[in-house]
Each structure stands twice: as C-alpha cells, then as structure tokens.
Design a protein around this ligand. Structure first.
Ligand code: CTP
Ligand code: CA
Length: 236
C-alpha cells in the first residue's frame, strides 16, 4: 500500500517523448520510411507516467498494440506522420516540457515533391526520387533552449542507432553526435539484425557531459527506459 501511495520520483515533471518512425510520402501509395517500431519510445512514456510525470507522447506510425502499452491517465498521445509534423508537434510539447526525449526515428530526407497521383513505370519516373533534407528536430529543440525559449533547466535526450560493431568507434560517433546536436544525454544502441529495431529487447550506453558513459542498460525496452529516466533524474 505504501508503494501505491508514493508519489513517484518523476512527479511534477512534464515530459515530451517522440516515438516511432516517420514516413515521407513519394506519392499516394508509397513512402520513405524506416524500421522503428516505437517500442522504446512507448516504454519511455509508460515508465515516466508510472513514475508520476505528465507525458505527451508524439507517436509516428506505431502499431496500435504497441501504443496501447502507454495508455495511462497521464499520457496524452499526439499522432503524426511526417518528419515535419513530428517537428511541429514536438516544438509545441517542448515549449512547456521539463524533459524532452527524442526516441523517434526521423527521416533525414524527404522527397522534394510528393506526387498527387500514383507514379507509374509507364511515365518513366519511378527510377529516381529527388530528396531534400529535413530539419534536425532535436538540434532545433536544443537551439530553442539555448535561446531561452524553453522551461528553465530543460533536459534534452537524443538517441542514436548505430551499425558500427566496434564499441569504441560507436561511442566516439555518439560523442560527436551528442556535441553536434547540443543535447544533455545521448542513448546509443547497436542496430543490426539481432539488436535494436523491431526487437523487444534493447541495449544502450548513455553518453553525457564531456562524452562520459554515464550509464548502460540492457534488457527489455521498459528496463532500458527505467535506466534512461534514472540518468535524467541525476541531472535534475
Ligand atoms: N533526429 C531529429 N531530427 C532529424 C533526424 C534525427 O530530431 N531530422 C534525432 C533522432 O530522433 C535521434 C537523434 O536525432 O534522437 C539522432 O538521430 P540519428 O539518425 O542517429 O542522427 P543523425 O544526426 O540523423 O545522423 P545520421 O543519421 O547521419 O547518423
Ligand atoms: Ca538520421
């Protein structure tokens, strides 16, 4: 009974979490996408709510059965499709969030034009797609914070899925990525056939200030979520 009445160590925090993978339309029937299931981000939202936070979960193409695991009175779900939609929803949510976690796999590029009809081989236009770069959402959120356009002491966490199998090389890339984006913590995981996307388990290292490995976690995505929230708490 004591545990049920305990307030939870994230009580009073407003958090915004993005999850899933964006889809960038090529035409009405095709898109550029990625293999993110949204499991890790959904687990982060569920864990935060269970620990007392008020959560906005910005969800990009997450299977209903997976998304259902974040159902909680303190979780508001905002559904988005493209990287641009995700960026705008996260900017809205981040404006009043104490903690922002970008677990979504955001398309780096989108087709320069989305055709209004299904493209055909007959037209001879299906062999190439012109791309334009999408905004880096998490870097934009960090820049807003630096300009004072965010709650005081906002904490920002990014993810990186890497296929480099050498752990030290992977860490070095993650350190550069963390610096480039201007975030507090970067959770890096190995994404190959056995790990990461579309899996129920995950293994991450969390890179913090000065490139230090501040925590590591492996197990279910919910367990990994627990460790990530522990690392966030240490900064607050
Ligand atoms: N991210 C983002 N906006 C983008 C691309 C990525 O906010 N347009 C975020 C992701 O949600 C993740 C982090 O940036 O939290 C790292 O994404 P990743 O794809 O690993 O990094 P990139 O900077 O896109 O570098 P690359 O894909 O070349 O490795
Ligand atoms: Ca990327």
């Amino acid at each position: 009974a004591q545990a049920l009445l305990a307030p939870g160590d994230l009580a009073g925090l407003r958090v915004a979490v993005s999850a899933g993978g964006t889809r960038e339309p090529i035409d009405p029937v095709r898109f550029l996408g990625n293999r993110s299931s949204g499991r890790q981000g959904t687990a982060l939202a569920a864990e935060a709510a269970a620990r007392g936070a008020e959560v906005t979960l910005v969800a990009a193409h997450i299977d209903a059965a997976i998304l259902a695991s974040a159902r909680h009175p303190s979780v508001a779900i905002v559904r988005v499709g493209t990287a641009a939609e995700l960026g705008s929803a996260m900017k809205d949510a981040a404006a009043s969030a104490d903690v922002v976690i970008m677990a979504a796999a955001v398309a780096d590029y989108r087709p320069a034009r989305a055709a209004d009809h299904k493209l055909t081989k007959e037209e001879g236009v299906l062999d190439r797609v012109d791309l334009v770069e999408n905004e880096d959402v998490v870097a934009a959120l960090a820049a807003r914070r630096a300009e004072g356009r965010a709650p005081e002491r906002q904490t920002i966490v990014a993810f990186a899925a890497e296929t480099l199998t050498d752990a030290e090389q992977r860490r070095e890339r993650a350190r550069r990525k963390r610096e480039r984006k201007g975030v507090d913590l970067l959770a890096v995981n190995l994404a190959d056939a056995e790990n990461g996307f579309e899996r129920t388990d995950n293994a991450v290292e969390i890179i913090g200030e000065g490139g230090a490995v501040v925590a590591e976690a492996s197990g279910t995505k919910r367990e990994v979520a627990g460790t990530i929230w522990d690392a966030v708490r240490m900064l607050r």
